[in-house]
Design a protein around this ligand. Structure first.
Ligand code: ADP
Ligand code: ADP
Length: 228
């Protein structure tokens, strides 16, 4: 069943120097539990599309639903990972993972257990009480993934999550993300500049093109990753 359905979605940013059309005529359906990668050159609207799914931007034409609810009707049930881990430097790793919970309520014992379980899943158990600066860049992104998952969102959105990391760390994290997807059964939408990364991780690759941003191709990955 579809978790995302977009029909003729468009986005125009009004700016001082005139309107910028970031997205036009986007038709997209994403099934629950699917892993989709979005590729395309800079400026083709990848981030804008992800922000609309996350409820951080409003579309300006067309219609869309996420989990059966109309896009833009309140907080979206998603977790996000950005290129920078953006962990709070003065809080330990566990508190950083719990941040989405802490913003709503005092974390319970169960919340802490959930955070520790996520940290264990990505091999950070021994770093739960450390500060972010004591972790490598790859470890910080692992913590950011845990933070995105701690409130059990139905969808994980990742915008170039490993673009700033060295090749070896990136490859290891790709293996990690594949495992997380197989273990959590989450829907994942990943923006990447790397076709090998897209093909390794995703079941379907969505290709976008700029001026104006739109989907120009959708490729099912033959022998794509399978969930256990
Ligand atoms: P990326 O290609 O990784 O999406 P960009 O450099 O295009 O990064 O954009 C970085 C940030 O600046 C984004 O949050 C985007 O929304 C914002 N941005 C991009 N273009 C403009 C613009 N013309 N005016 C204002 N903000 C912009
Ligand atoms: P990508 O992620 O593929 O690089 P973006 O979604 O960041 O693409 O940007 C798509 C287009 O929208 C670009 O032309 C960009 O300059 C423009 N844009 C993005 N964010 C803003 C913004 N906040 N204000 C104005 N223009 C923007």
């Amino acid at each position: 069943s579809p978790i995302v359905e977009l029909e003729q979605l468009g986005k125009v940013y009004p700016t001082r120097t005139g309107d910028v059309t970031a997205l036009t005529d986007v038709d997209l359906r994403i099934d629950d539990g699917e892993f989709v990668a979005i590729v395309g050159p800079s400026g083709c609207g990848k981030t804008t599309l992800l922000k609309i799914l996350a409820g951080l931007e409003h579309h300006t034409s067309g219609v869309g639903t996420l989990g059966g609810r109309e896009l833009g009707s309140g907080a979206a049930d998603v977790g996000m990972v950005f290129q920078k881990a953006t962990l709070l430097p003065w809080q330990d790793v566990r508190s950083n993972v719990l941040l989405p919970v802490s913003l709503q309520r005092r974390p319970s014992k169960a919340d802490r257990a959930a955070a520790d379980e996520l940290l264990e899943m990505v091999g950070l158990t021994d770093f739960a009480s450390k500060r972010p600066h004591e972790l490598s860049g790859g470890m910080q992104q692992r913590a950011a993934i845990c933070r995105a998952l701690v409130h059990e969102p139905s969808m994980l959105l990742m915008d170039e999550p490993f673009g700033a990391l060295d090749a070896m760390t990136r490859d290891l994290l790709n293996v990690e993300v594949n495992r997380i997807w197989r273990e959590t059964h989450k829907t994942v939408v990943l923006i990447t500049h790397s076709i090998p990364e897209a093909v390794f991780l995703a079941q379907r690759v969505i290709v976008m093109s700029p001026r104006p941003g739109r989907i120009v191709d959708q490729v099912e990955v033959p022998f794509g990753p399978e969930r256990t």
